[in-house]
Ligand binder design. Structure first.
Ligand code: 2PG
Length: 245
């Protein structure tokens, strides 16, 4: 029997998604299309009767704004909010700010896809003090800001947050909304769906589409995660997979 309800929501399209640039920890805004996606995500939650009691976001603007717009659309703008860098996108190292198609062209398909989707191959580290380095940003005071991250590096920050913060809210009977990023959510979905290190390369999370998990007492899913609009989600996930082509 399902005990807990968890909703995962990747932010809406960002300005750098639109431009096809590697983003990572760079704090870019949503596009108008992305704002519309966030509103639609909230309307879908409202229509499905899945009203969040609490929201957790990363500390990046695209996730924060998406949460605000989605919660406003389902009249839940007033729920408690928690923010953590642990939900941030993976740090994309020296690739942050680079064009995806040009990177693929320069380094070839295999290297490009290893950096994008392999479990344990991190992109080259960002140079300290360079334009898109986040060291010194006050929101990361006390945080050991990474110079790059592969998906395997996201898990040790995501899993404690899942076990200590998200499960604590779920245990209180709250419907929990997590508004985060393509790759930080891939780390959580990998755990929830028990996806292997090799198979995870095939998982792509679309922007602005609520993904709902019903969890048992043990905080494991009682069935697969379900998008509220599965056809649109499958199409949008395929578009994410094809970025850079
Ligand atoms: O650039 C990024 O930060 C991510 C998400 O937008 O891209 P990708 O899907 O290539 O991992």
């Amino acid at each position: 029997m399902s005990e807990h309800t968890l909703v995962l929501l990747r932010h809406g399209e960002s300005v750098w998604n639109e431009k096809n640039l590697f983003t990572g920890w760079v704090d870019v805004d949503l596009t108008e299309k992305g704002r519309g996606e966030a509103v639609r995500g909230g309307e879908q939650l409202r229509d499905a009767g899945l009203l969040p009691d609490v929201v957790h976001t990363s500390v990046l603007r695209r996730a924060i704004t998406t949460a605000n717009l989605a919660l406003d659309a389902c009249d839940r703008h007033w729920v408690p909010v928690h923010r953590s860098w642990c939900l941030n996108e993976r740090h994309y190292g020296a690739l942050q700010g680079l064009d995806k198609a040009a990177t693929r062209e320069k380094y070839g398909e295999d290297q490009f896809m290893q950096w994008r989707r392999s479990f344990d191959v991190p992109p080259p580290p960002i140079e300290s003090g360079s334009e898109y380095d986040q060291t010194g940003d006050p929101r990361y005071a006390g945080v050991d800001v990474p110079a790059t991250e592969c998906l395997a590096d996201v898990i040790p920050r995501m899993m404690p947050y899942w076990e200590n913060e998200l499960q604590a809210d779920l245990a209180e009977g709250r419907t929990v909304l997590v508004t985060a990023h393509g790759n930080s959510l891939r780390a959580l979905v990998k755990h929830l769906d028990g996806i292997g290190d090799d198979e995870i390369a095939g998982l792509n999370i679309p922007t602005g589409m609520p993904l709902v998990y019903r969890l048992g007492e043990d905080f494991l899913p009682t069935g697969p995660g379900e998008y509220l609009d599965p056809d649109a989600a499958a199409e949008a996930a395929a578009a994410v997979a094809n970025q850079g082509r």
